[in-house]
Design a protein around this ligand. Structure first.
Ligand SMILES: Cc1cc2nc3c(=O)[nH]c(=O)nc-3n(C[C@H](O)[C@H](O)[C@H](O)COP(=O)(O)OP(=O)(O)OC[C@H]3O[C@@H](n4cnc5c(N)ncnc54)[C@H](O)[C@@H]3O)c2cc1C
Length: 411
């Protein structure tokens, strides 16, 4: 049997692509290396933009998130309120199951504990995938996150550059999560914790994900964060949860979109394609969007019976138009300012202070967490207030920022 579409990887990207393709009547197979219900190292922040695909049912979204808290060494917790734009925090085990169930309901077949070791593109015929068994498909979507580098190289597709993240889940009763963290995602901008990165505390129902990410992140950065006075106090006497025999997990996150995410009969989506947003390094919505776009192009190519490179190039064009030009390009600009100016904490403090008197800036700052505006919209609002920023930062810091701002504007 030849499947219309084989998807390798059953994360948010793969599951979303499978749902869209199976809904159109195609026969779709997902091959997932892990067992059903695996723990995934992720803070589980699901911004409201995820509801563009489908509303998230109440019983799936573990904790409704109503805003964020920014912490810098100079300022105490700075609250931003996402009025009316609620997101969720939840364990990825639950969210990924919800997405896979939707794909299954649409008619996709899912094989767990099915790692794919080898792929071969038979030009003008089909694609062969080899795991515990072999399957053939007319088209292949690689949705392996950053675990499929070998497969990408087998078909000549580049692997994105990546940074590191370290995370643990702390066990807290719901009442303690409510008291210490509330319905807020906490982001810590402090270069004494991690130089080119960020640390976080994301509350679930009765647990909190604590983590750090950045270039060259190590266990010592994570340990420094655990000693952070504000956090240490909140976690006093609490234990880490154990998943798969481990308390602390490390995982990579992609840092940049790859230049060509397709070839004959193959499209690459999600983290494997480098779609994560490098401001706070979320990637779930972006993986799902790329999965949806790839599946839509697959459906057209199936109708036309043409899975050649030129046909699949339409996926790349859509990705550039809908993800890069609206969001990622501007996220790279924000990233540049925050992580490469040497002024991360000053920028956060200054923007928050301006936002206290300027509702448009407050809305755009909140949108950086909630996803309620595109990054392009947030960037344009911020740039329209750049003179206010100069005033807040003062002349010396503004002069220091200027070259980075010019570089960011050129991205
Ligand atoms: C510590 C951390 C915290 C994060 N927090 C957030 C957050 O709060 N919000 C957010 O939006 N994003 C967050 N992210 C990013 C987010 O996890 C990813 O962007 C997202 O999971 C990408 O989805 P994906 O479907 O592309 O890949 P994945 O979710 O990685 O799924 C890929 C799947 O492919 C499978 N696979 C890999 N190789 C093979 C193979 N050879 N054969 C078969 N199956 C294979 C894997 O088992 C996996 O299930 C975080 C990431 C990290 C590391």
């Amino acid at each position: 049997m030849v499947y219309d579409l084989i998807i390798i990887g059953g994360g948010p990207g793969g599951a979303t692509a499978a749902e869209v393709a199976a809904e159109s009547g195609a026969n779709v197979l997902i091959c997932e290396a892990a067992e059903e219900g695996r723990y995934k190292c992720c803070a589980g922040g699901i911004p409201v933009s995820n509801e563009d695909f489908s509303p998230i049912p109440k019983d799936v979204g573990e904790r409704e998130i109503t805003g964020g808290v920014l912490v810098t060494p100079q300022s105490g917790p700075m609250e931003v309120d996402a009025t009316g734009e609620k997101g969720y925090c939840m364990f990825r085990t639950d969210f990924d199951k919800y997405l896979i169930d939707r794909a299954r309901d649409a008619g996709a077949q899912v094989m767990y504990k099915f790692p794919i070791k080898h792929i071969e593109v038979k030009t003008n015929r089909d694609v062969l995938v080899k795991g515990p068994q072999e399957f053939r498909g007319k088209c292949l979507i690689l949705a392996t996150g950053l675990g499929g580098a070998k497969l990408q190289r087998q078909v000549g597709i580049e692997v994105p550059p990546m940074i590191g993240a370290i995370q643990a889940e702390f066990d807290l009763p719901e009442s303690a999560v409510n008291e210490h963290f509330g319905d807020r995602v906490w982001e810590f901008f402090d270069r004494s914790i991690v130089h080119n990165g960020v640390a976080w505390a994301f509350p679930k129902q009765d647990a909190v994900s604590i983590g750090v990410l950045g270039e060259g992140v190590k266990m010592s950065h994570f340990n420094t964060f655990l000693q952070y006075p504000l956090l240490k106090e909140k976690l006093k006497g609490r234990d880490m949860k154990v998943f798969g025999g481990r308390k602390v997990w490390a995982a990579p996150i992609p840092d940049k979109l790859i230049a060509k995410p397709y070839c004959d009969r193959v499209m690459v989506i999600g983290d494997a394609c480098g779609t994560a947003d490098p401001i706070l390094y979320e990637g779930i919505h972006q993986a799902r969007l790329s999965g949806k776009l790839a599946a839509e192009v697959f459906c057209k190519s199936l109708e036309e019976d043409d899975f050649g490179e030129t046909s699949l190039a339409r996926y790349h064009q859509l990705l550039l138009k809908q993800l890069y030009e609206e969001d990622l390009r501007y996220a790279y600009k924000f990233h540049h300012l925050l992580y490469h100016s040497g002024l991360m904490e000053d920028l956060i403090n200054a923007i928050y202070s301006i936002a206290q008197e300027d509702s448009e800036i407050m809305e755009s700052t909140t949108a950086l967490f909630s996803g309620s505006q595109t990054r392009k919209q947030s960037w344009e609002v911020m740039m329209s207030s750049k003179w206010k920023l100069v005033k807040k930062l003062g002349i010396w810091k503004s002069l220091h920022l200027f070259p980075t701002l010019i570089r960011a504007n050129r991205i």
